[in-house]
Design a protein around this ligand. Structure first.
Ligand code: 13P
Length: 251
């Protein structure tokens, strides 16, 4: 049995005041015990959030990290080892906003994934196709290539204690959600690809769906066989809405 996960990606949002308010709201939520819940604040707020949520079931993750895991001369970057020191347990790797807006290549994503793994934190590898790629019929091929970049370079064992998040780019922040059937088809394909390399790792691999997840559509998505929870953007900035999504994952 895979333990479902709901992760809130706060992206480049929040002030000291709004983050404090969000934390208060999260602390008030009744969260299901059988669901792992994590939030991913900006680097600026990360250690404050981690301190404020210490002693709760909520875990804290980072949205990115440097390609090298150890501290060093790399202006503006944050090393995975520093994230561990800041109370971080997970790191998003290869979010489409970084791939497409900041030009992050598969090889950079692989190096970051390896850096996270080397510290013992959990990488959350984000994959997904653009609207144009879907319309051209390339969805499964695009996602397979993004996943294969990691397994080819680091081996399938690197997916042990890792998480994959399928986030169709056209569904991110648009209010358009993949239908449960569309998402399930991609999740099943991801799991089958991993199973061809290692059946046990495939069975244990959590695959989250992301893209306009909200309380109103979460239960239907999470009810699909290969959807093990969600990576939530906009809706994670509202504590009550996020709490409701977490509860949907526990049903
Ligand atoms: P939205 O939930 O705002 O569509 O964002 C999804 C996402 O990119 C999470 O990483």
């Amino acid at each position: 049995m895979r333990c479902p996960m709901v992760a809130g990606n706060w992206k480049m949002q929040g002030t000291r005041a709004s983050v404090a308010e969000l934390i208060e709201g999260l602390r008030r939520q009744e969260l299901p015990e059988a669901v792992e819940v994590a939030v991913f604040p900006s680097m600026l707020h990360l250690s404050r959030v981690s301190d404020a949520l210490a002693g709760t079931v909520l875990r804290v993750g980072a949205q990115d990290c440097a390609v090298q895991s150890e501290q060093g001369a790399l202006t503006g970057e944050v090393a995975a080892s520093q994230l561990v020191d800041g109370g971080c347990k997970l790191v998003l790797v290869g979010h489409s906003e970084r791939r497409l807006i900041l030009g992050e290549s598969d090889s950079v994503v692989v190096r970051k994934f390896a850096a996270v793994k080397s510290t013992g934190m959990t990488p959350v590898l984000c994959v997904g196709e653009t609207r144009e790629q879907r319309e051209a019929g390339f969805t499964l091929a695009v996602v397979a290539a993004q996943l294969a970049a990691v397994t080819d370079a680091l081996g399938v064992q690197s997916l042990h204690n890792a998480v994959v998040a399928y986030e169709p780019v056209w569904a991110i922040g648009t209010g358009l959600t993949a239908t449960p059937e569309q998402a399930q088809a991609v999740h099943a394909s991801i799991r089958a690809q991993v199973a061809r390399l290692d059946a046990e790792i495939a069975e244990g691999l959590r695959i989250l769906y992301g893209g306009s997840v909200k309380a109103a559509n979460a239960a239907e998505l999470f009810g699909m066989q290969d959807i093990d929870g969600g990576l939530v953007g906009g809706a994670s900035l509202n504590a009550d809405e996020f709490g409701a999504i977490c509860r949907a994952a526990g049903m």
